[in-house]
Design a protein around this ligand. Structure first.
Ligand code: HSE
Length: 340
């Protein structure tokens, strides 16, 4: 499997570390032998070699703050799109930053790769939230996969669970905590940290978006809710068609006051059926401390899925982070590599 990394930030590096760690296992268990032929990153530099690059060396360079351009003479001068156009790759791993309003530059990268019949694995929420139908149809037409498990709840299996294990169920509602950064901030504010300190820590831990406004204003959760509405419920609306409120209005005093009343603030994303309509929203809610969602702390995410067959199914797990999100890409890669 010849791999192309477009974007080599937190998530791309998380996947690269897992690939290095599990290389032998992937070959033994799934017969997947991979070779990274290109890495393109706006900030860290770009390298390309048709015969394969040393992924370990690339990781070491980036971790020590050096540019990829310094790597063993494989410097690539063009931009990401030109690399996608040129690369003889089987799979493109798209992990550039998310822009929920324009979904660029990621959507252009994905379109170009699919047009060239290159499989796409992404954790980028913009393209899926805005162009799910178009990109899935293009992939189908070209006989390749467009996979995005990590766009919702990072490596915690939610989309695959909904699309595969729950495929024979009618889902009535999906509701829960879908943004790790805001849940982390609310948790740490309850412990006494200021909003600014908690946000800074979330950034250090690799939970927050490149521009963290997207987290605290609720846009990231909104993108995830939109993805669920499209993929699971067949809705067609775009993110900002749904009501959305973030956590910026929640003060430390409000958090303490809620606690005294046996409540805890959580940023809740939900999507549900109402007659023949699909509704969705993101907003902070005061949840009773005894409710299972109230006990979900830190960057952990949790959703309740209401089905006609199994009643309520609850999924809890990491919702953000370097290794956690990288893991989702590994799962998508195994799906591609093991398909007959
Ligand atoms: N910024 C996102 C979050 C990353 O905090 O949940 C995972 O999508």
């Amino acid at each position: 499997m010849r791999l192309l990394f477009i974007g080599f930030g937190t998530v791309g590096q998380g996947l690269a570390e897992l690939l290095v760690e599990k290389e032998e296992n992937l070959s033994k268990e799934y017969g997947i032998d991979f070779q990274v032929i290109g890495i393109s990153d706006k900030l860290k530099g770009s390298i390309y070699n048709n015969d394969g690059l040393d992924l370990k060396e690339a990781l070491e360079k980036v971790k020590s703050g050096e540019s990829l351009f310094d790597l063993s003479g494989y410097k690539y001068e063009g931009d990401a799109l030109s690399m996608i156009l040129k690369a003889e790759a089987d799979v493109m791993l798209e992990a550039t930053y998310t822009d929920i309003k324009t979904a660029e530059p990621a959507t252009s990268h994905i379109r170009k790769a699919l047009e060239r019949s290159i499989h796409v694995v992404t954790t980028n929420k913009g393209p899926t939230a805005l162009f799910y139908k178009e990109l899935s149809s293009l992939a189908q037409e070209k006989g390749v996969r467009f996979l995005f498990e990590g766009t919702v709840m990072s490596g915690t299996p939610l989309l695959n669970l909904l699309r595969e294990t729950l495929a024979a169920s009618s889902v009535q509602e999906i509701k829960g905590i879908l943004n790790g950064t805001t849940n982390y901030i609310l948790t740490r504010m309850e412990e006494g940290l200021s909003y600014e300190e908690a946000l800074k820590k979330a950034q250090e831990l690799g939970y927050a978006e490149a521009v963290p406004d997207a987290d605290v204003l609720g846009w990231d959760a909104l993108a995830k809710v939109t993805i669920l509405a499209k993929v699971v419920f067949g809705a067609r609306r775009k993110p900002f068609d749904y009501p959305c409120e973030g956590i910026t209005g929640i003060t430390a005093a409000a958090i303490a006051d809620a606690k005294n009343r046996g409540k805890r603030f959580k940023l809740i994303g939900k999507v549900w059926r109402e007659g023949s309509n699909i509704k969705a929203s993101v907003a902070p809610e005061e949840i009773a401390l005894a409710h299972p969602l109230a006990g979900v702390m830190g960057a952990t995410n949790a959703v309740t899925i209401t089905t006609d067959t199994l009643g309520e199914v609850i999924v809890v797990g990491p919702g953000a982070g370097r290794r956690e999100t990288g893991y989702s890409m590994l799962i998508d890669l195994i799906k591609i590599g093991s398909q007959k």
